[in-house]
Each structure stands twice: as C-alpha cells, then as structure tokens.
Design a protein around this ligand. Structure first.
Ligand SMILES: Cc1cc2nc3c(=O)[nH]c(=O)nc-3n(C[C@H](O)[C@H](O)[C@H](O)COP(=O)(O)O)c2cc1C
Length: 181
C-alpha cells in the first residue's frame, strides 16, 4: 500500500485543519497517511510514495519556508506523485476559487520550479479574535479593500469542506493507473 505525506504550512491553524480533514478522508479509504508541519525535521519525505503540500497566504505570499522546502526537495517532488494546495481569502470569491483563476495559485505555479500533479485552492477562515493586534489590522484593511467582513468580533469560515473532500479523493488516485473510460 502506498504511503502519503501531507505537509502543511499554517499560520493560525486553518491549513492544518484542512490537511487534517484530507488525512481523515484518506484514512477512511484505508490509506496510510501522515499529516505534519512542513518544518517538522523528524520526517523523512523520501519514505513516502505521495507528497502533498498545503500552505496559506500571508500578506500576498506563501511563506519563504514553503519555497525553501520545495527547492530542497525538488527532485523528490518531481519524481513522486505530488500535489499542492493554497489556502487564502481571495478564494472566497466566485471567479477566484479555482487553480486556473486564483491569483496566488497562478503566481505560485508560474514561479515554482516544481510542477505538482494535482493542485487545489481553498477559501480560508477569518477569525479576528485569534489574530495579533498587527495581523488583525492588516487583515481588516485587506477585507475593507476586498469588501469582506471587517467586524473584529466575527469569525467566518469560508472553506467549502465538500471541495476539500473531493480533493482528498483525487489524492487517493494519484500515482494509480488511470481507470479505463
Ligand atoms: C496576517 C494575515 C495576512 C493575510 N493576508 C492575506 C492575503 O494577502 N490574501 C488572502 O487572500 N488572504 C490573506 N490572509 C488570509 C489567510 O490566508 C486565511 O485566513 C487562511 O485561512 C489562513 O490559514 P492559516 O491559519 O493556516 O495560516 C491573511 C491572514 C492573516 C492572518
């Protein structure tokens, strides 16, 4: 049986929650799967048959640690069936919620030397009460610019969990021979 590694970079835990949901869905199908933080040095990615990376957007970018990891493990990522997903709030908008239309995912794919076999993008969450003072102000400004919720008392989860489940199903197919039509 193939082993799947789900690595996440998560600021306030929402990308970790999405990775956990994917892990649970794969485990239900009998898959051997580990979900872990991208900077967990105790993990040897070469021990896994499939590798999927998920990362959130902070201030317009995926964190440099994500690009560093990809650079360091590029040949492994290219050699094994692999996937990438981005989590951001722009993806809450219809018309910006697919790999083809989400500006962050498009920029990632243009810049990255790695070509994942599977890509996804999910709308994140907006939990004002959990943010530091500085982060709360940054994100309120972004929400004001993009006509999102600006009330600092609110917590809004924009993630479409069925879309996450469909992505998990596609991960389970990664590296398997294509089904006959
Ligand atoms: C300080 C901060 C900056 C953010 N900047 C952006 C941004 O530029 N564009 C965007 O679409 N989402 C932005 N977000 C939204 C996050 O991508 C979203 O909340 C996501 O769910 C965070 O996942 P995480 O908890 O795993 O980091 C930002 C969030 C925070 C807290």
């Amino acid at each position: 049986m193939s082993k799947t590694l789900l690595l996440y970079f998560s600021g306030y835990g929402h990308t970790r929650k999405i990775a956990e949901r994917i892990r649970a869905r794969l485990a239900e199908q009998g898959e051997d799967v580990l979900s872990a933080a991208l900077d967990d040095d105790s993990i040897d990615p070469s021990a896994y048959d499939r590798i999927v990376i998920g990362a959130s957007i902070r201030n317009g970018k995926h964190k440099p640690a994500v690009h560093d990891f990809i650079q360091r493990h590029l040949s492994l990522l290219e050699e094994r069936p692999s996937g990438f997903f981005s989590v951001n709030l722009v993806a809450r908008k219809p018309g910006k919620n697919t790999p083809e239309t989400n500006p962050y995912l498009k920029a990632f794919l243009e810049k990255s030397p790695w070509t994942p076999d599977l890509v996804g993008v999910f709308a994140g969450n907006l939990d004002y009460q959990r943010y530091s003072f500085a982060d709360r102000n940054i994100i309120r400004f972004i929400m004001w610019l993009t006509k999102g919720p600006t009330d600092p008392q609110t917590n809004t989860e924009f993630t479409d969990w069925e879309q996450v489940d469909r992505f998990a199903e596609r991960i389970a197919e990664l590296g398997k021979p294509a089904k006959a039509a």
